[in-house]
Design a protein around this ligand. Structure first.
Ligand code: BDR
Ligand code: CA
Length: 313
């Protein structure tokens, strides 16, 4: 599997890169960065640091600095001022490419039709911009996995919205409307259940970089959830991309609420039981191509794989 990663590193974004690096027959072909957890300049500097630390030879392109239709909001309270829990360290020596992350996605998809997968683990601004550059993107890309959404569980940034979709609701809705044939959404319904307890962290070697960056993130999640440990949202999305059999799915047609006073940024679907011949029609985007929404996962197997991935030299 050859993967373009679009990310806002971000502590759990970093873990997703560790996860992908450890998978046999999996290659990260390019990384794009986006505003979200931190401003895009910081996300880009972090992506370059991670590429260097992980020994990856892949281009890093800087993406969108702000959402399509709302002001920039970032999440340093979750990921630290530097986005890597205070452990970003020195600037990388490798430098980013000149093109934008959206141009990189569009260009790679055109040059490699049908062969590349996309893992989007930040706000979807770059993917929405790539669709404007190349409207055939849904046919040119293979599998697309997006981390975002809270369908039948509470949000994590507002009562109803999950952070990645809330950071750019218009972009998320454009992506859901684009007609990707093989789109999987990995939302809080499944990631929150993958909570890694403090013992998981304590079992990592002291000098292991992921253990260092996870300290800040675990403190945040400890105060947020009232229990020690952390939630590996982005690496679970990476796992579900490379090993879809780890999860089970609900297939539906999805939209993002764009106008709700309390619900802006929430993913919605019409989940009513409607008997054949019912006089009611579906009221959420009956015209859209269905996507898969992950509902359950084999969390024990995933957390074992993640431990293996982050402790590899
Ligand atoms: C998502 O928001 C960010 O904080 C994480 O990196 C993840 O992509 C979880 O809601
Ligand atoms: Ca992220």
């Amino acid at each position: 599997m050859r993967i373009i990663v679009d990310a806002d590193p971000g502590i759990d974004d970093a873990l997703a890169l560790y996860y992908l690096r450890a998978q046999a027959d999996t290659e990260i072909v390019a990384i794009g960065t986006v505003h979200g957890n931190v401003p895009v300049e910081q996300a880009t500097a972090n992506a370059l640091r991670l590429v260097e630390r992980l020994g990856l030879d892949v281009p890093v392109a800087m993406g969108a600095a702000k959402p399509l239709a709302q002001p920039l909001r970032t999440a340093e309270d979750v990921h630290g001022q530097d986005g890597l829990g205070g452990y970003a360290g020195d600037e990388a020596e490798v430098v980013r490419t000149d093109e934008s992350a959206a141009e990189q996605i569009a260009g790679l998809a055109r040059r490699n039709p049908g062969t590349l997968s996309l893992l989007a683990i930040g706000p979807l601004t770059n993917v929405a911009l790539a669709l404007q550059i190349e409207p055939r993107l849904p046919e040119l890309l293979g599998k697309v996995v997006v981390m975002g959404g809270a369908l039948n569980v509470p949000g994590n940034i507002t009562s109803h919205a999950e952070a990645n979709f809330w950071h750019d609701p218009e972009a998320a809705d454009l992506v859901l409307a684009a007609g990707f044939e093989d789109l999987t959404i990995v939302g809080l319904d499944v990631t929150m259940a993958s909570h890694a307890p403090q013992e998981w962290l304590d079992a990592l070697p002291q000098d292991c970089y992921p253990r260092q960056i996870l300290g800040f993130y675990a403190d945040f999640y400890g105060s947020f959830l009232g229990k020690k440990g952390f939630v590996p949202h982005d690496p679970l999305a990476a796992a579900i991309l490379t090993r879809p059999e780890l999860a089970s799915y609900h297939e539906d047609r999805f939209a993002i609420e764009l106008t709700g006073r309390y619900t802006r940024g929430k993913i919605v679907a019409d989940q009513r039981f409607l008997a054949p011949g019912s006089p009611f029609g579906r009221d959420v985007t009956p015209e859209r191509t269905p996507a898969k929404y992950a509902t359950e996962a084999d969390h024990a197997t995933f957390l074992d794989q993640l431990r293996h991935a982050v402790t590899q030299p």
